[in-house]
Design a protein. Structure first.
Length: 160
């Protein structure tokens, strides 16, 4: 009796696994399910991330890739933002050195800005308003010059 029951359970589990794989494959092939869709925002990016140049101005790109834990929404999964900010400014060696000295403060401002918001808020936030507010907060701590704008090489959400 026990072995027939075990065979029956094995067959049911096998059919469930085959069914799940088949439905997933069909959904992906028919573009009903696109893995990762809606988890990355497309922003204006530097054409060649390795050069640190964009148009006539110069970028401060030493901030690097940041992983920021976002504000949690009740009843929703935890989310993390992966962002690589670039700060565009008029070429000025002294101002560059100031930004380099204040590197950790700039990272902290960026981290605080995003960690105070939920993934949903960031996905619906106007791109220009976001960049303007963030640039304003960074410019408040800078003395030798001001950044003209901020660009994002990466802007992706990870959901647990």
């Amino acid at each position: 009796m026990g072995s027939r029951f075990n065979k029956f359970l094995g067959a049911v589990i096998f059919l469930l696994i085959v069914g799940i794989i088949a439905f997933t494959a069909i959904a992906v092939v028919k573009n009903h399910a696109v893995p990762g869709e809606g988890l990355e925002r497309k922003f204006e990016r530097p054409p060649d991330a390795s050069k640190g140049k964009f148009g006539k101005d110069v970028q401060y790109n030493l901030i690097g890739k940041m992983w920021i834990q976002l504000k949690e929404e009740k009843g929703k999964k935890k989310s993390t933002l992966i962002v690589s900010p670039w700060l565009e400014y008029k070429e000025d060696r002294t101002f560059y050195e100031e930004m380099d000295r204040k590197h950790s403060e700039i990272k902290s401002i960026i981290s605080d800005f995003f960690s105070e918001r939920t993934m949903e808020e960031l996905q619906t936030m106007n791109e220009e308003a976001m960049k303007r507010e963030l640039s304003g907060k960074i410019n408040e701590i800078l003395i030798m010059g001001k950044i003209d704008r901020i660009l994002f090489n990466d802007f992706q959400f990870l959901v647990e």
